[in-house]
Write a new protein. Structure first.
Length: 580
């Protein structure tokens, strides 16, 4: 932060203006999202308006959270650190001047006095440092907002002093940013002055919420274990995949889209082979090309003419996207041909299959890209696992192009285009499989229904009850041409009629047997009963004391028959009234 400080005039003049409270403290930040997306820079100046003496400096910081807002905060932090050093060393207790900045939001954050910074705040490291400084510094400044880049609309001689100083700070900040692109420093030891603690994850300082980065790094460890141990990848191939760009791409997708890609990449998607294990079904063929054992790797390799035509149309759409989005010419030329190879040709071997008279060869950077992508694989390429060389090549190419996007933006869109090819194949496959009228399952079901109809239509008329024999009058061709619902209704009706006919035949047989038994009994009556035919012996009490036994009634007498034996109450009342 303090390298490259320049002093013009004497430091005593600058210090005197600070003591008198007339010093002008001006800062400006710089950020180029296109050419240096990870560098934030700032330029600052402490100017004495009476003696024209000043102290100035410029610096840059490398961070994945770099932005123009962070550059402004860095410049304000540098000014507050200088003010704190002067206050403690020279015992300055009065006002120290005015701070000017062209970013109103950063200026407002620097002017606040906060007791606590939330852990998930953006650029929380700078905000905590400013809080600690201001608790010691006190109310030493007044904060003023100015409009930046005033030299774009005014001549230099018409600018105010503060506007000129702001333009100079902007130029110094741009110079520091350029220095960061040509001679980058090690970001693993990059800590702000007076910063009490800092968190580094995988060598990168965390400036805001730790949850997202920690979750990504922990997920990367689990993914490495799964790909190496379960899928048989090599560690080098895993390290060559641009997982960060894939994570950025999926963060903008829906949750169901992320689940689909996770199941597709881990071979747990709903292919016919997987569903056959779940539903105990023996049919595992692809619904389009009828190749057995359909797996997740078969998604973009299906040789069905319709799906092949759809794949070529998707590659043509990708070719148009590459031509319209400032793609490196080598990438735009070789990537569509690599996709059309359908996993039969390696990326490095593409020039071998080109016509000899063209004498096509891969450049050195494309040779490195092809080598890394071949180690990753063609199938995984269409799942968004691309080489990191795509980002490096495209970042350098877009830096000199008129496109407003940088390499990270292009890579995210490129991964989305690749995933769109696979997702289109998945939708095509599901529609052809699950469509209720023309789908593969519906077609197979219709064949089964037609076979059942042909078998049931030849049912003997005697097996059907008379009231249901109209079902056999339906034309066989009309039943075959009907929809599945109508066919299932006819099959259920004829099966129910056959079951009713079977029940009716059994009932007729039972009635016929009963009538034959009755006729046989009528023609051969049983002999009259005789005492000799008694085979059961009666108890002794029934034979010896038969005259003394009371034979119980066969049915229980009703209450009315018992009460009728009693005298009527009405008759008793009449007798009392008429004793005669």
């Amino acid at each position: 932060m303090w390298s490259g400080i320049t002093l013009r005039g004497t430091f005593d003049n600058v210090l005197a203006s600070v003591r008198d409270g007339i010093a002008e403290w001006v800062t400006d930040g710089s950020f180029d999202r296109k050419r240096a997306p990870s560098i934030s820079s700032a330029g600052w100046i402490i100017f004495c308006p009476t003696t024209k003496s000043y102290l100035r400096g410029a610096f840059y910081e490398v961070s994945p959270d770099a932005s123009a807002y962070r550059g402004e905060l860095l410049g304000l932090t540098a000014l507050h650190l200088l003010a704190l050093a002067m206050k403690l060393h020279y015992n300055i207790d009065s006002k120290m001047g005015k701070i000017h900045c062209d970013n109103e939001r950063a200026l407002g954050r620097a002017s606040f006095y906060r007791r606590r910074i939330p852990p998930g705040s953006k650029h929380g490291d700078i905000l905590r440092l400013l809080r600690n400084i201001k608790n010691v510094l006190g109310h030493a400044f007044t904060y003023h907002h100015i409009y930046g880049h005033a030299d774009r609309t005014k001549r230099w001689d018409r600018l105010t002093l503060i506007e000129k100083l702001n333009c100079l700070c902007d130029g110094w900040a741009k110079g520091a940013r350029y220095e960061g692109t040509t001679a980058p420093r090690d970001a693993t030891t990059q800590v702000l002055p007076r910063e009490r603690s800092a968190v580094f994850i995988n060598g990168v300082k965390q400036t805001s919420d730790l949850a997202d980065v920690a979750r990504f790094e922990l997920g990367l460890i689990k993914a490495r274990r799964f790909y190496v141990e379960e899928l048989g990848w090599h560690d080098d191939a895993f390290d060559r995949v641009d997982w960060l760009s894939l994570d950025f791409t999926l963060s903008k997708k829906s949750k169901m889209y992320q689940i689909w890609l996770a199941k597709q990449a881990s071979s747990f998607c709903g292919t016919r082979l997987m569903t056959s294990q779940i539903f105990n079904n023996s049919d595992t063929c692809c619904p389009n090309c009828l190749r057995p054992d359909e797996r997740s790797t078969h998604l973009n390799l299906c040789l069905c003419p319709e799906r092949t035509r759809q794949f070529k149309e998707s590659v043509a759409d990708l070719q148009r996207w590459l031509d319209m989005n400032h793609t490196h010419p080598d990438i735009a030329f070789w990537v569509p041909r690599y996709l059309l190879g359908r996993n039969r040709i390696q990326f490095q071997a593409l020039p071998v299959y080109a016509p000899p008279y063209l004498r096509l060869q891969l450049t050195r950077q494309m040779q490195r890209l092809a080598e890394e992508q071949d180690s990753i694989g063609w199938i995984h390429f269409l799942e968004g696992k691309i080489s990191k060389q795509f980002y490096h090549i495209q970042q350098a190419y877009l830096a000199g192009s008129p496109s407003p996007h940088n390499g990270r933006d292009w890579v995210k869109s490129f991964i989305s285009a690749l995933l769109n090819i696979s997702h289109t194949q998945w939708l095509f496959r599901n529609i052809t499989l699950h469509d209720k009228r023309q789908g593969f399952l519906a077609t197979m079901r219709k064949k089964e229904l037609i076979a059942d109809i042909e078998k049931l239509h030849h049912t003997p008329i005697d097996d059907i009850p008379p009231e249901s024999r109209f079902l056999l009058d339906c034309e066989l061709d009309e039943l075959k041409a009907a929809d599945n619902d109508h066919q299932e209704h006819w099959i259920n009706a004829i099966l129910a009629a056959r079951k009713a006919g079977l029940r009716l035949r059994r009932l007729n047989i039972r009635l016929h047997l009963q009538s034959r038994r009755r006729r046989r009994l009528r023609s051969h009556p049983p002999p009259p009963p005789s005492f000799e035919r008694v085979t059961t012996q009666q108890p002794v009490s029934h034979t010896v004391f038969a005259d003394l036994l009371e034979i119980p009634p066969r049915t229980r007498p009703s209450e009315a028959s018992i009460e009728i034996q009693f005298a009527s109450n009405k008759r008793r009342k009449r007798r009392r009234k008429n004793p005669d």
